[in-house]
Write a new protein. Structure first.
Lengths: 185, 313
């Protein structure tokens, strides 16, 4: 009798573990995050292709993370200033968005959708609520996500010295894209 | 009783998948694959502190233009109000370019006035950074190697005792080799140790051609853009030869000590400093510093560097 209990228990433990492999969670570890700053004297852009993201297509939860020092600039000096002076990446190594996708039930069918995503974004240690429309392209078990929204540097206490104001815009445009493919691990 | 226990376990087990779909699980799944092996950046702000070289190299395709200046003695016999606390004089001026062949390998060419008898100096240098400190401290220090060769174009002195009575072309060369060991302890504090070797092909009679020295340097950030700098060289001379030289020439050797303030303004780095060494180049300031802080023989100096990116827009 004891043996039976244990085997039932074992089965019950295994079931949830197995069910995760067919779960509603999709993961991307090569999400692309880029930003663009346009100022009178200089246009600056940087891109990171090492963003990590996970979405749960049943609850609509979404997480998007990127390490600040993975942003690549054209000029090494800019990259240094970005990490050292503006983002203070040793103090605040990552940026993270946590939010919810509205109307997530749509994403169970193939097609192209634009859904609102709202949540909190932490940049430079300062968290702020954001809401933006995000494009979802659903194809089988694959979802491609694209979004673009502005970030005001002052909202996240990123200080631009007066000598650099002609080189760095007060508001930068951020682009996100991620391919969520296959099953979650 | 056994039954109750069983159903409690069943209910806990059944609830696991529900819990596991929460935000925390998402967070776990969205974790980064690689551990934090990121390089520590900006250990120092530019290629030089005051009298020492830093670990920093330029990026590939970057050009750095640097001007260093040392004024005359602020106080002591040679200073004071009569020459406006040294500002009327300049003991040494150095102008040069560094170029990043790769992110790790830099070349430099410099021209310096030279503060000792050997003047009209042309220097070629190479810096190679071969190890980077990582943020997870798996590699606790950054390492670089600096090597330079300096040619003096000064007129040869017919007096054979003179340090510039060059007879052959090769007599005009001075070589410096330095290992640079640096660690950024926090975003505010960086420390550097630099075992160095100086070789002069020709010296004054009885002087030592080559010896080791060890350099120490530090930077403390006061604000995001302003830092305090200090550096010091400890040469290991042959005691006998040192005494001989000091008695022959009536001069005393001192160890170069510099303190300064570094101001960074995006692209430019300004260093305002005070040092007892009259020369700017390692090949002169390590073996030939005769001026003492204690006697007021220190001077105001500055360094200005500007970084350009030659590749890209």
């Amino acid at each position: 009798m004891k043996k039976l209990y244990y085997s039932i228990l074992l089965i019950l433990i295994i079931i949830p573990v197995r069910s995760r492999s067919q779960s509603n969670i999709l993961v991307s570890r090569t999400a692309q995050v880029s930003f663009f700053s346009s100022a009178p004297l200089e246009d600056i852009q940087a891109v990171s292709t090492l963003g990590a993201s996970a979405i749960n297509i049943s609850t609509g939860d979404i997480i998007f993370k990127v390490r600040i020092n993975t942003f690549q600039f054209e000029k090494k000096l800019m990259q240094e200033h970005f990490n050292e002076n503006y983002m203070e990446s040793e103090k605040y190594p990552t940026s993270e968005f946590k939010g919810k996708i509205s109307d997530v039930a749509k994403l169970r069918k193939e097609g192209r959708y634009v859904n609102l995503v709202s949540g909190t974004l932490n940049i430079h240690g300062v968290t702020k609520r954001y809401e933006t429309s995000v494009e979802f392209l659903v194809k089988g078990r694959e979802i491609t996500v694209k979004a673009s929204f502005p970030i005001k540097l002052a909202d996240h206490q990123i200080k631009i010295p007066s000598v650099a104001w002609k080189k760095i815009a007060e508001t930068v445009k951020v682009n996100l894209s991620a391919d969520f493919s296959g099953e979650a691990q | 009783m056994k039954n109750i226990f069983f159903w409690i376990i069943v209910s806990i087990v059944l609830s696991v998948p529900i819990i596991s779909f929460g935000q925390d699980d998402l967070e776990m799944l969205a974790g980064f694959d690689s551990v934090q092996r990121d390089k520590v950046i900006s250990t120092f702000k530019s290629g030089s502190i005051i009298n020492l070289k830093t670990i920093e190299t330029l990026g590939k395709g970057e050009l750095d233009f640097r001007v260093d200046h040392r004024f005359g003695d602020i106080a002591g016999k040679a200073g004071g109000a009569k020459n406006f606390f040294g500002l009327d004089n300049s003991t040494d001026i150095k102008i040069g370019f560094d170029y990043g062949l790769t992110d790790e390998l830099n070349f430099g060419i410099y021209r310096a006035k030279g503060a000792s008898d050997a003047t009209q100096l042309y220097e070629g240098a190479v810096k190679y950074r071969f190890l980077d400190q990582t943020q997870d401290d798996r590699i606790p220090v950054s390492l670089a190697f600096f090597a330079s060769a300096t040619l003096s174009a000064a007129k040869s002195d017919p007096n054979l005792n003179s340090p510039v009575s060059f007879r052959r072309f090769k007599d005009r060369f001075v070589y410096v080799g330095q290992l640079i060991i640096a660690r950024k302890f926090s975003s505010r504090l960086s420390i550097l140790v630099s075992p160095s070797y100086v070789h002069r092909n020709y010296t004054a009679y009885g002087d030592q051609n080559a010896f080791f020295a060890i350099g120490f340097a530090g930077r403390i950030k006061i604000t995001r853009r302003i830092s305090l700098l200090a550096d010091y060289f400890l040469p290991f001379r042959n005691g006998l030869k040192k005494t001989l030289m000091e008695s022959t020439w009536g001069e005393t050797y001192y160890n170069p000590l510099g303190i300064g303030l570094e101001i960074e303004t995006g692209g430019h780095v300004f260093s305002l400093n005070f040092t007892n060494s009259k020369s700017i180049q390692e090949g002169q300031l390590i073996p030939e510093t005769y001026s003492s802080w204690g006697k007021g023989q220190f001077r105001w100096g500055f360094g200005i560097t500007r970084r350009f990116s030659l590749t890209g827009g």
